[in-house]
Structure formats: structure tokens, C-alpha cells
Design a protein around this ligand. Structure first.
Ligand code: SF4
Length: 454
């Protein structure tokens, strides 16, 4: 079945116009904060270019950096595992927990585990998982996936969060004061941190030179979980490597400025070796990344540092909501990564863009996002993954545009129809009409006008 989920799911999101406007405004506010933070340092463009070049080097030598990282990490006392796909990743996590007879885990935000659907897998196998990032915990309580990679519950208003806390964490009915809600969450999570014997974190950057990895959070939740647990498991996409420790400063300066407009993430925690008596494991996950690396037009997408800036600026994301992308990673970058995983299932996503290029302009690692979206459209159409209606429409367009005579005739028929029989286009069969009527037709075509006026 060809996928058309994005238009359908955005229609649902758009039913609540007030929420859409609020979502749009909130994300634009964050985008504006990002602009201020970026323009606040004169070397911003140099940093972007440097980061992009470092990542070019990483992608060209990924095999070597992975081997270097593995050797150094093992020498530091970290156990390194390799997972070819999501299933293998999930099985490794489960087996590590089962070996120690652990049934509860605290997790710090990790989009990779969302990509692998780890929570569902562990829960089916009798492991209770608590997400410790506040936003993630909120969507977990709501039984929803995150709608944004940095701001997982950005689609929820504080009143809705208050209601969830009332139902699950026992706050008074009607309380929506962020201060009170945060304090409640802190107490609830503190209990979790103190009692869970296992912790899983994501990885923002792994350093090939030293075999250490860095996790960035604003709440310190990764540290709280990992420091108290007997076993710390880190899940990492293989593209998260950087060659040397000195390169870290480039990325740390770009990451949070691009994500939230802050000068630096509150906690950038370095994990190099397990503390005495603790086990530390890292799982290096491929899950389609080497396939993407082999696609010359799309390999640059692996440079992504998951800042979310492309989502905050995207006019389509802001007005359609993260869930409409039906994928762990939403927005423009998700629309490039998802078809690599399953071209049929995510064939709709590269079309969910105006191709305005704003995503490319804000990307801190200079990924050519809108060009890649345009290229995916061509691949998807060529591979026959569009809907029957779209395939037919493209054929008609091709037939019309490939002959000047047919093009001129079509223009004449179109202008006549809109003027004399508007009901034939302004009706429910025309998806365009759902949100707008066809514009008034001009009296003549541009070339007719030009002939008269040149
Ligand atoms: S593609 Fe660029 S802007 Fe989008 S999340 Fe990744 S790094 Fe950030």
C-alpha cells in the first residue's frame, strides 16, 4: 500500500486551529531564540563549516573510526556490542538485563531507542521502563511517542500535563503551574533513580581517539540514572562518532544554540569507564545507516546532530505536528532518514515540505536538507512508491508539459473553466479546495501578454 499518512494525520492535527496556532508560535519563538544565539557569536559560520567538514571526514572513514573507538572503549573497561538492526539492539539490552535478573530500568532520552521501539519490546518481556527526561516522561504517561526530538511533548499544553499528573502522579485536580508540576516530577523521578539498578542513556558524541562518549541533557537525568545504576547501557547510532576530543567543542557550541538558543547544554556528561563495581556497555547500532551511507545523494543526512532546528523552522512541521510524520524522527531530517528505512511506508514524507530551504539554512552541520527532500521525491516516484492518484497526475503533467501546444491548450481550458464553470474545480473532489478556492483566472497567459507588451 502506498503511504499517504502525513496529509491524513496533519488534517487531524489541524482540526484544533487554536492548538495549531499555538504550536506554530511556540516553535517559531524557539527558532527566533536560535537566531539570536547564533548571531551572538561572530564565528558561527566558521563553526558550521568546521562541523560539516569533521563529519565529512567521519563518514568517509567511518569503518576505521569505529574500530578505533571499539579498541579504546574496551581498553577503558567498556563492553562494546554491535547491532545490525533494531531487533538485535533490543535483544542485547534485554539479555544484559536478564543476565543480572533486573526487571526495572531508568532511561534517559534516546531517539535511537525510539527508532528501535525498545520500550515496547522491553515491556513485552517483563521489564518496566521509566523515561527520566521530563518531556519523555510526560508522553510516556500519555502513552504517546515524542513529537519532537528535543522537545518531546511540545504538542501538549500545560493544562493537559496537569491532568496527566493528576491521574498518574497524584497532583491536585486543576493544577497546571509548571513549577509545581516540575517539582512533582522531580520527586517521582528521584525515587526511580534511587531504586533502579539499570540505566540506559543515548549518546550525543563518541570520541574515537579516547573511547569515551558524551551525553547532553538539560536536566542531568542521564547522570542521575547512570551514576546510581549497577549497569549502564549506552545506545549509539554508528554515525555519532567524532575523531578527536578537541572536535567536541565545535559541536557543543553548535548543538544547544541550534536546539533551544542556549549558549551551552546544562549537563554535557563524559563517560569514559565504569566506576568500581559497575558494568558499562555501549551498543553500536547500524539499523540502515550503512545503506544510507552508500546512497551518495543522502549520505550527508548522517551528519545530523539531532538539534531539532530544522523542525522548529519548518512551516509544514510547525503546522502539522510531529506525530503526523509517523516516524521516531519527525520534520525535515526525519523525512530524509525514514524512506531509507522503508521507502514504501514513508513515501509520503519527502512531499511534506514546501522546499523553502529554511531547514538547510539553519542546520548547524550544513546538511543540504531541502535538496535531499527533492531528490527523494524523484527516487520515490521512479520506484513507483507514490499513490495511484499522484502517479496518474504526474503522467498527465508530463504529457502536458512536454509539448508547447498541449501546454498552451491546457492553460486556455483551465482559464476558461475557472471563469465559466468554477464548480468543476471548486468541489470536494479537488483536495486543494479543502482549504482554499481556486484563484481568479487571468484573462490571458503570460506569453500572450508578453507578445502584446514586449
Ligand atoms: S538536520 Fe541539521 S537542523 Fe535538523 S536536527 Fe539534524 S543537525 Fe539539526
Amino acid at each position: 500500500m502506498n503511504s499517504i499518512k502525513h496529509p491524513e494525520l496533519s488534517t487531524i492535527f489541524n482540526e484544533d486551529e487554536e492548538r495549531v496556532n499555538w504550536h506554530d508560535d511556540t516553535l517559531w519563538w524557539i527558532r527566533a531564540k536560535r537566531d539570536k544565539a547564533a548571531h551572538g557569536i561572530s564565528e558561527w559560520e566558521i563553526l558550521r563549516e568546521t562541523a560539516s567538514q569533521i563529519k565529512d571526514n567521519v563518514l568517509s572513514n567511518l569503518h576505521q573510526y569505529l574500530i578505533d573507538f571499539e579498541a579504546k572503549a574496551q581498553a577503558n573497561g567498556i563492553v562494546v556490542h554491535w547491532a545490525a538492526n533494531a531487533e538485535e539492539h533490543n535483544k542485547i539490552v534485554l539479555s544484559l538485563l536478564q543476565k543480572k535478573d533486573i526487571h526495572q530500568m531508568v532511561k534517559s532520552k534516546s531517539m535511537l531507542t525510539e527508532e528501535c521501539h525498545l520500550n515496547e519490546y522491553l515491556e513485552k518481556n517483563g521489564i518496566d521502563v521509566i523515561d527520566s527526561d521530563l518531556g519523555e516522561r510526560i508522553v510516556q504517561l500519555a502513552k504517546e511517542p515524542p513529537s519532537h526530538i528535543v522537545l518531546p511533548c511540545i504538542h501538549k499544553k500545560k493544562e493537559e500535563i496537569g491532568q496527566l499528573f493528576h491521574e498518574h502522579l497524584g497532583t491536585e485536580f486543576g493544577i497546571s503551574d509548571p513549577q509545581i508540576l516540575t517539582e512533582t516530577a522531580r520527586l517521582h523521578l528521584r525515587e526511580t533513580f534511587l531504586t533502579r539498578r539499570s540505566a540506559l542513556t543515548g549518546v550525543n558524541f563518541a570520541i574515537a581517539e579516547t573511547g569515551e562518549f558524551v551525553v547532553c541533557t538539560n536536566e542531568g537525568n542521564a547522570d542521575m540514572g547512570a551514576h546510581l545504576a549497577d549497569i549502564h547501557i549506552a545506545s549509539m547510532g554508528i554515525e555519532k562518532l567524532i575523531p578527536k576530543k578537541k572536535h567536541l567543542s565545535v559541536f557543543l557550541r553548535l548543538l544547544t544554540r541550534s536546539a533551544t538558543g542556549q549558549p551551552i547544554t546544562t549537563y554535557s556528561s563524559h563517560f569514559k569507564k565504569p566506576r568500581k563495581g559497575q558494568e558499562m556497555h555501549i551498543i553500536l547500532v547500524d539499523n540502515g545507516r550503512t545503506v544510507q551511507l552508500g546512497r551518495a545523494d543522502f549520505r550527508n543526512s548522517l551528519k545530523c546532530i539531532r538539534c531539532g532546528a530544522c523542525m522548529n523552522t519548518c512551516p509544514v512541521y510547525r503546522r502539522s505536528g510531529g506525530h503526523s510524520y509517523h516516524n521516531a524522527i519527525a520534520g525535515p531530517i526525519g523525512a530524509i532518514l525514514a524512506p531509507n528505512l522503508d521507502m514504501k511506508e514513508y513515501a509520503d514524507l519527502p512531499f511534506a515540505s514546501t522546499l523553502c530551504g529554511s531547514c538547510t539554512n539553519v542546520c548547524p552541520v550544513k546538511i543540504d536538507i531541502h535538496d535531499q527532500l527533492y531528490k527523494w521525491r524523484q527516487v520515490i516516484v521512479k520506484e513507483g512508491n507514490t499513490t495511484a492518484a499522484k502517479t496518474m497526475a504526474m503522467k498527465v503533467m508530463d504529457f502536458t508539459l512536454s509539448s508547447p501546444t498541449r501546454y498552451k491548450l491546457a492553460g486556455k481550458i483551465g482559464r476558461w473553466t475557472i471563469k465559466h464553470a468554477p464548480f468543476t474545480v471548486n468541489n470536494k473532489l479537488n483536495l486543494w479546495f479543502k482549504n482554499r478556492e481556486m484563484p481568479e483566472a487571468p484573462k490571458e497567459s503570460f506569453s500572450e501578454w508578453f507578445k502584446k507588451n514586449k
